[in-house]
Design a binder for this molecule. Structure first.
Ligand code: HPA
Length: 323
């Protein structure tokens, strides 16, 4: 094309993108250009719930794929479908109910997300994690996060529990972070330390419960990573992640934990290992969603007991702090 027909590298036949086109593209790809929910709109979500229940939980929980049955154990249960809560996205995954459940677990007030929001559903990370901020505004100080994950560490078996001692924010390596965009200091600081993301005291509580329930043989402490999904990993990706020190792979949790640390919650998280991550070209086993759900179902009873004992012990720490 003759140089004269070009202006700033664009020919007269190709429209030069305007500033607005650029912003539109950013919003489309990151969902993040000044588009997080405001403090006020999150308060509207919180007040919607506070106005409809007298339960005032300090403990919040996010239930992973196939782990939502933990909410069956709650008494005086009140359920709020996500589509009825102002500003909430709706969950689209088979096996996820999609509601906020309030109730008492052995007398301890708790609120649970039964069904969470995933990046692969098309939501930006800040939107996947926004319910954590709503929990904060409701008064939650302690967050229990659960997920289903593939066991990359070769000593892990389906049905095992991995207490998360840390995570690798792989999506963050590519600049995708739930805290991206303007910071609201009412939630937390612009720059956030993450070296104490998983609370030591809560991990010690889990150790006690593991021992009490005799789960030592099926419990590990390890490092989790979240990939955006929805596809599972290639062999080369699994080999790479192993080199990076990852023990289990899932499609959630990391952005929720970052958002929860940002607003100063204490966090404990664990993965139910639902399948092996087969990082061997000669092994023809393929992971599938049904396998993930079946393992979730098989471990349901045990995990309900595990979580309720953790909750009872967290409550004891509140009582000790009040003495
Ligand atoms: N990979 C990623 N996410 C998962 C897996 C897995 O193998 N299993 C359950 N969630």
């Amino acid at each position: 094309m003759p140089q004269a027909e070009k202006k700033n590298g664009y020919s007269k036949h190709i429209k030069r993108p305007s500033e607005n086109d650029f912003l539109h593209t950013c919003v489309k790809h990151t969902g993040n250009v000044h588009s997080q929910f405001s403090f006020e709109s999150l308060q509207e979500s919180a007040h919607y719930l506070l106005d409809r229940t007298s339960i005032r939980p300090k403990i919040g929980m996010i239930c992973g794929s196939g782990l939502g049955a933990i909410t069956d154990t709650l008494t005086q249960k009140q359920c709020f479908p996500y589509e009825e809560i102002p500003h909430f996205p709706t969950s689209t995954v088979k096996g996820h109910v999609g509601q906020m459940v309030f109730g008492y677990l052995h007398g301890v007030p708790i609120m649970c997300m039964q069904g969470r929001f995933h990046y692969y559903e098309g939501y930006p990370l800040w939107k996947c994690a926004m319910p954590v901020r709503v929990m904060k505004l409701i008064g939650v100080t302690h967050l229990i996060v659960t997920n289903a994950a593939g066991g990359l560490n070769s000593t892990y078996n389906p049905g095992d529990i991995m207490l998360m001692k840390d995570h690798v924010n792989i999506m963050g390596f590519a600049g995708n972070n739930p805290l991206q965009g303007p910071n609201d200091d009412r939630f937390g600081p612009r720059f956030l330390a993450m070296n104490k993301a998983y609370d030591k005291q809560l991990l010690a509580i889990c150790d006690e419960v593991v021992e009490e329930m005799g789960l030592q043989n099926i419990t590990h402490k390890g490092v989790y990573t979240c990939l955006g999904g929805p596809n599972y990993e290639t062999v080369a990706e699994m080999k790479l992640l192993r080199v990076l020190g990852v023990d289990a792979i899932g499609m959630s949790t990391v952005h929720e934990v970052i958002t929860a640390r940002h607003c100063d919650m204490k966090i404990v998280a664990f993965s139910l290992i639902t399948n092996r991550c087969v990082d061997d070209y000669d092994d023809h086993t393929e992971v599938n969603h049904e396998e993930v759900m079946v393992t979730g179902k098989r471990m349901e009873g045990l995990l309900k007991e595990f979580v309720s004992r953790i909750v009872s012990r967290i409550k004891e720490t509140f009582e000790d702090a009040a003495k």
